[in-house]
Design a protein. Sequence first.
Length: 319
Amino acid sequence: MLRSRVDALPPHVRHAAGLHFGWWTDDGTALDASDVHKAVRPALALLTCQAVLGEPQAAKAAAVAVELVHNASLLHDDIIDHDPLRRGRPALWAAKGVPAAILAGDALFFAAVQTLTDAPNAGRTVPVLLAAVQDLIEGEYLDILTETGTRASEDRAMAVAAGKTGALLACACELGALGGGATPERAQLYRRFGRRLGTAYQCVDDVLNLWGEEPVTGKPALSDLRSRKVTIPVAVAMAGNTPQARALHTLYRTSAPLGEEDCLRARDLIEQTGARDATLRRARQHIATALEHLARADPDPVASAELASLGHLLVGRDH
């Protein structure tokens, strides 16, 4: 269904979107379909539907819609961050230009809304998706503000995580539960589960940006440091009154992007403060809280175990 939604786009935009997904080359040659991404959000929509004893088919539109929104946000995010790589391939803006990537992202956003509009219960699901997109945009905007290096607050970094990542995971869980027939009150518990899960996911993502290996993560190493972005481990490191924290503040006060040597020094300073381990502890704490919300939702035991396993997998991932 995801492929069919993209195939329904106008030809040139469809081609650009397919390049982003890695379905074909620029000359139209099909690529190995087994080279797929994690698809965490669709999995959450389907599993939460099963958790309320709904048929997985009932959450199929939700699964496709959240994946379309996610990929739309990636297209725009790569432009904002000037990241030249995505999933180990050239980002669409780097391959086809900024206008093509913006328009492809816009098209995927609207395709997501159309997907829910064409499905049953659109009156309840479309507003949930639209609200999540607004939260995501707010999180992305806060993320831009952290690039000045002057707002080194862990609360702000966590707000970015809850918005840019937590909002859509929360949406996936809520839509999946609604698709399975859950009451609005019960769907809210799944929403809270997803939001905490997303915050934990971003904690790990911020760590991987600093210490992950580029061939594994598929994204440029140290890109957050290069743009002096105050991610969670950076904010944690800056919060202490230590020589390392003061040195890190000094590096972040520069007006230009950090060079390779400065990035490596900044990473060392962050690790010396213990911020790497502290950020991973926060991820585990958010997972624990997420699982408390899940338990209160009274899920089907089998689906609950799979959701819990997915949560622990996200915290322990290396890409």
